[in-house]
Design a protein around this ligand. Structure first.
Ligand code: SF4
Length: 374
């Protein structure tokens, strides 16, 4: 048993019934609401809303155009290391999985950055596993500094840190951190995170606040959909964003929508999140958080990504490699953290966006304006 509890302000329980039993009238009220909040969010996740997906899509697309124009900002993930001392049962990098472990060397890092730069990318997300002797905080900070010398926007998706460590990353040129809670269900969280610092539910939950208090300008949140009842996690995720928005009103936020997929070790998700539910969740987030960037990675298929671009989603990874050294060495031998579904290169992906009247954006202008105090 755990003594850990989800904080009252994030607890989705009061709204689960709405999400399960809202009727068509509730959904239409939510669609017409000028300032929707958690009640409307719950209604938009309901089975009744699933039957009105076209109407949700029309509302979400209008809001996306109003707040983001027709732009889609592009970024690339860069895996720095697949060493990990964590024991997340659903992840192929967990310390009990047998795979070739690698950490990027200094020269290799330069080669990877060069390869990304040549592709025209200006926005890079640096990833590591849980803190390990091979890939620790000084290593991550050094990598941030190297990337920040060449890229306009450098963010990290790594272990949870102290506020002082986040402040150190900010000084090295980092603008933001992505940190998924994976699941907000405290009991399930303990079951899934078998060992390692990530097992500390509260510390992870509080890490985005520490990142912002440490001076990072943006945080990206998400839940690994399929681990728990998706309605529980989606409502808790929504409340987490809203709570942080109230506490850090000057900060920027984004929300990602990773779904659990088959991994080394054969973990089978307990809940199926099909494309229809995933689309509904994205549309509900857009309608209730109209100016928050929503992110979709190459975990998803070409067809799904094509459909969601501009329909709520405003930020997408492209031509991703989830292996260490995957950009400058085609077919790098080690296994990636997850299987990339959308394998298109940048030219093909941008061609698709333009054919839909969307404009790919390579530079994160927000970061540039904020950095100059404009
Ligand atoms: S999810 Fe992260 S912390 Fe957990 S095993 Fe994978 S790489 Fe390690």
């Amino acid at each position: 048993m755990t003594s850990e509890r989800i904080p009252k302000d994030l607890d989705p329980t009061p709204w689960l019934e709405t999400a399960r039993s809202a009727d068509e009238a509730d959904v239409r009220r939510a669609l017409g609401c000028e300032m929707p909040d958690v009640r409307e969010f719950g209604a938009l996740l309901s089975p009744a809303a699933s039957k009105l997906l076209e109407e949700l899509a029309a509302r979400a697309q209008a809001l996306t155009r109003r707040h983001f124009g027709r732009t889609i900002s592009l970024y690339a993930p860069l895996y720095l290391s697949n060493f990990c001392c964590g024991g997340c049962v659903y992840c192929g990098f967990a310390s009990d999985r047998s795979l070739e472990r690698r950490r990027m060397g200094a020269q290799e890092m330069e080669a990877e950055l060069e390869a990304l730069k040549k592709k025209g990318l200006e926005d890079v997300l640096l990833l590591t596993g849980e803190r390990s002797p091979q890939a620790n905080y000084p290593f991550l900070k050094e990598c941030v500094a190297k990337a920040a010398r060449r890229f306009h926007n450098v963010t990290v998706e790594s272990f949870a840190m102290t506020q002082a460590e986040y402040a150190g990353l900010e000084q090295a040129g980092c603008t933001g951190a992505t940190l998924y809670q994976e699941t907000y269900d405290p009991g399930l969280y303990l079951e899934l995170h078998r060992w390692g610092p990530k097992r500390n539910y509260e510390s992870r939950l509080d890490a985005p606040a520490r990142a912002l208090a440490g001076g990072l300008r943006t945080v990206g949140l998400g839940a690994l959909l399929g681990l728990a009842d998706p309605l529980y996690d989606l409502i808790a995720l929504y409340r987490h964003v809203r709570d942080l928005q109230r506490r850090f009103w000057q900060a920027g936020f984004s929300v990602s929508f990773p779904r659990i997929c088959p991994q080394t070790g054969g973990y089978q998700p307990a809940h199926i999140v099909d494309e229809r539910l995933l689309a509904q969740a994205i549309l509900a987030f857009r309608i209730c958080l109209p100016d928050v960037p929503l992110v979709l990675s190459t975990r998803e298929t070409e067809r799904f990504r094509n459909g969601m671009a501009g329909l709520g989603i405003t930020r997408m990874s492209v031509e991703s490699r989830t292996t260490v050294g995957g950009y400058h060495k085609a077919g790098a031998a080690n296994e990636g953290q997850f299987e990339v579904q959308d394998q298109r290169d940048i030219a093909a992906f941008c061609g698709m966006l333009r054919s839909k009247g969307l404009e790919p954006v390579f530079k994160n202008w927000d970061a540039v304006f904020q950095a100059t105090g404009a």
